[in-house]
Unconditional design. Structure first.
Length: 94
């Protein structure tokens, strides 16, 4: 994975964190309007373009590898094994 893709992934994660509150607010509002059977004509129209809908992929933060990611540590399986063997990851032992 190139440096450009790693930068893009970090940018997308930052955007997701930035608009997370808006996403949750819009979801909860849509669900509550459905529960109370409010007609579509009376629904409040929020600006849907405010928040990001870009899906975030799992990438290793050090190597940029997209497959074999240990999600808790956000590193690839090879780096996980290497760091766990050296004792750099807390709570992981052989």
């Amino acid at each position: 994975m190139s440096k450009r893709n790693i930068y893009k992934d970090k940018f997308l994660r930052n955007q997701y964190n930035r608009f997370e509150i808006w996403n949750k607010l819009n979801k909860s509002l849509d669900k509550s309007l459905i529960i109370y059977n409010i007609p579509k004509s009376e629904k409040i129209q929020l600006n849907k373009n405010i928040y990001s809908k870009t899906p975030i992929g799992n990438y290793c933060f050090e190597t940029g590898r997209s497959r074999g990611i240990v999600t808790f540590f956000k590193v690839s399986r090879m780096l996980f094994r290497k760091k766990a063997g050296m004792g750099l990851l807390l709570g992981v032992y052989k």
